[in-house]
Design a protein around this ligand. Structure first.
Ligand SMILES: [Fe+2]
Ligand SMILES: [Fe+2]
Length: 503
């Protein structure tokens, strides 16, 4: 299952309506446009959804040469003897009604016989249909609507997905009112992120808190964890208050939310410069990753400058797509583990390495402000097609080919663009390149940061991002890999006891 629609809207009295069984007599209709859905719903506030499945039949540009379109339209035509236009009295075929978006109104009685029959036929062979409509409440504009008759195809959009769709479609005042009503914490977090003052940086805490206390809080090295106690469905988000120790977060949430239930959530691989001292207590901080700190005059300016992907991450969490696809990721992991020659390739390039690369992938993605999904999957597959534990110069291209070969099954939940990027990152990962888009750079740096496992200290000049080039980041990565990393990558080469290897 993958997402097959953008965020779409539908007026609902309540969510329970959607839990009723679907069927061809009662498919569910959705509009792409928020305002349109509101018209359809006679002014009720629409709810945002996303459709998921395999196949969409898009009839918004009906094409007689497309065999799928042709089969559906011919069957629809044959179901009814008479196709006379009730206005002109002339014959008018089903293609024309689809193009003009007035099929619903063919009968003029509100029965929608032909309209419903179209979906009975089409939804037999796909999960959803996209079609034009210019009736009921559309002000006679042709607008794309989505139709499905399967409950399992419909999921509620996440807060972040809905926010991105609303920011793109609605006037700011309407977005602001919706946020104030539904999610005031989003506005509070944005206000923190856009008005941060460097005076409150964690560095300053080093000056005001005795070093011993600071160590007790667990602040060591470049990759630490942060914690926050909260209800189960929430994640640690940019701009949130956080604690540097799990016990403190637990105690804090007990004091403030005695009613529960809650749990302590954490984020790992956070760089200390992304944690700000809150200035009230030596244990209270907030999480403000560099990529999310941006001075803006207003919340409107801040939000409008973010891409849809980043608006989603701001509300749902930086890890939200990894969580959403965790089953599919587990399937990839299982497949590569089962098909890997652990004996021949497992010392330097096996699952231990993949695990550390996946951790680095989160940190580098966070620095770049990008979705870590592709870099995280890269970590699992980039060395999975190795034939030996040494140079094996073709293992990158083989990994790239493996991704493309499984684009329809193992990687079928990714967008086409993400599959191409992942394949390219795998193909070229051991060539020493440092140029590419942000996703590719995150993949390559995550891999190279783990060179300490063969006793090689990553050379900043061969890393792609400013983040990975930082001394403290390299230091922490070498410590994580469990070996000394004494040897300089460019001049010292690999130590004698390690074979010649590529990342
Ligand atoms: Fe690797
Ligand atoms: Fe590799």
């Amino acid at each position: 299952m993958r997402d097959i629609s953008p965020v779409i809207f539908r007026g609902e009295d309540n969510y329970d309506q959607l839990r009723e069984a679907g069927g061809w007599t009662r498919p569910w209709y959705f509009a792409e446009d928020f305002g349109q859905a509101k018209l359809y719903a006679s002014g009720r506030d629409p709810v945002a959804y996303v459709l998921q499945g395999e196949q969409v039949l898009d009839l918004t540009q009906p094409d007689p040469h497309d065999p799928r379109h042709k089969a559906v339209v011919e069957e629809l035509t044959a179901e009814f003897d008479d196709w006379t236009c009730r206005y002109s009295g002339e014959p008018r075929d089903a293609w024309s009604y689809l193009e003009c978006g007035d099929l619903y109104d063919y009968e003029g009685t509100g029965s929608g016989d032909r309209w419903k029959t179209l979906f009975r036929i089409a939804l037999d062979q796909c999960d959803a249909v996209r079609v034009l409509d210019c009736t009921d409440g559309t002000n006679h504009q042709r607008v794309p609507v989505w139709v499905t008759s399967e409950r399992k195809v419909i999921r509620l959009a996440t807060l972040g997905e809905e926010l991105a769709a609303r920011v793109a479609q609605q006037p700011w005042e309407a977005v602001r009112r919706w946020l104030e009503r539904k999610q005031p914490s989003v506005l509070e977090r944005i206000n923190r992120l856009r008005s941060l003052d460097d005076e409150f940086r964690l560095d300053r805490v080093h000056q005001v808190v005795p070093a011993e206390n600071f160590k007790k809080m667990g602040v060591t090295g470049a990759s630490q964890s942060i914690y926050r106690g909260m209800p189960e469905k929430f994640e640690v988000l940019p701009g949130d208050w956080v604690a540097l120790r799990g016990e403190y977060a637990k105690m804090h949430v007990r004091l403030n939310h005695a009613d529960g239930p809650f749990e302590v959530k954490s984020l790992t691989m956070v760089h200390p410069s992304d944690v700000y001292w809150a200035g009230t207590d030596e244990s209270e901080f907030f999480y403000a990753p560099a990529a999310w700190r941006r001075p803006s005059d207003s919340a409107e300016q801040y939000l409008k400058a973010l891409s849809a992907d980043r608006l989603r991450m701001l509300c749902d969490g930086e890890m939200s797509s990894i969580r959403q696809h965790q089953e599919a990721i587990a399937a990839i992991q299982e497949h590569v583990q089962a098909n890997y020659d652990h004996e021949a390739c497992g010392t330097f390039h096996g699952p231990d390495h993949w695990d550390r690369v996946s951790k680095h992938s989160l940190a580098v993605s966070r620095y770049l402000g990008i979705d870590p999904l592709v870099p995280y999957i890269f970590a699992l597959v980039h060395d999975s097609q190795r034939q030996d534990d040494g140079v094996d110069p073709d293992h990158g291209p083989r990994a790239g080919a493996f991704v493309l070969e499984h684009r329809g099954d193992l990687f079928g939940f990714l967008s086409e663009g993400d599959i191409e990027t992942l394949a390219k990152a795998c193909e070229l990962h051991s060539n020493g390149q440092t140029e590419g888009d942000a996703l590719v750079k995150a993949c390559w740096d995550a891999d190279r940061l783990d060179l300490g496992r063969v006793g090689v200290r990553p050379e900043p000049g061969r890393l792609c991002t400013e983040y990975a080039k930082r001394e403290d980041v390299i230091e922490a990565a070498v410590a994580m890999s469990g070996l000394s990393g004494d040897h300089d990558e460019l001049h010292g080469g690999s130590p004698a006891q390690a074979p010649a290897v590529r990342p």
